[in-house]
Design a binder for this molecule. Structure first.
Ligand SMILES: [Zn+2]
Length: 148
């Protein structure tokens, strides 16, 4: 069961999380060193984002001596899934297919990825509808559909 993120993770905060997801456990120095080299972030910048992530509940901080060991409170897979889900909640359901097609067109894909997508599409084909219903508040989209 995926943890539902109640608050959003910013792009900068995700940069921090990716280091923690990769390392498993990390001190602020580990994170600062990594992002200072890669992103040219000042230590204070990284530390500000670490503080925000702890406050938002994405990072767990455990004190060990005079420092903190940080670990992720949410898996990368769940976080990415939640972010994608949130995007699709913000657009008209009628636009979902076109949006996914655009994403597919732009995404770098392996033969294995394409196989996986093909399997999902084959399953979808069995339950496909003639027209997807609009889920919008009237006035928030231009599809003048019967559900309005
Ligand atoms: Zn709509």
């Amino acid at each position: 069961m995926a943890i539902k993120e109640k608050v959003e993770m910013t792009t900068s905060e995700r940069e921090i999380m990716r280091v923690v997801w990769t390392l498993g456990n990390a001190t602020s120095k580990d994170i600062v060193d990594m992002l200072e080299a890669k992103k040219e972030w000042k230590p204070a910048t990284a530390k500000t984002f670490i503080g925000r992530l702890v406050k938002k509940g994405f990072l767990l901080a455990e004190s060990e001596g005079n420092k903190y060991i940080y670990s992720a409170a949410i898996s990368e897979e769940d976080s990415v899934r939640t972010a994608a889900h949130r995007l699709f909640e913000q657009i008209c359901h009628k636009q979902a297919g076109k949006t996914i097609a655009d994403m597919l067109a732009d995404a770098p894909l392996s033969h294995r990825d394409i196989e996986l997508i093909q399997q999902v599409l084959d399953g979808k084909k069995k339950h496909a509808v003639d027209e997807v219903a609009c889920n919008c508040v009237p006035g928030q989209c231009k599809c003048k559909c019967s559900t309005h």
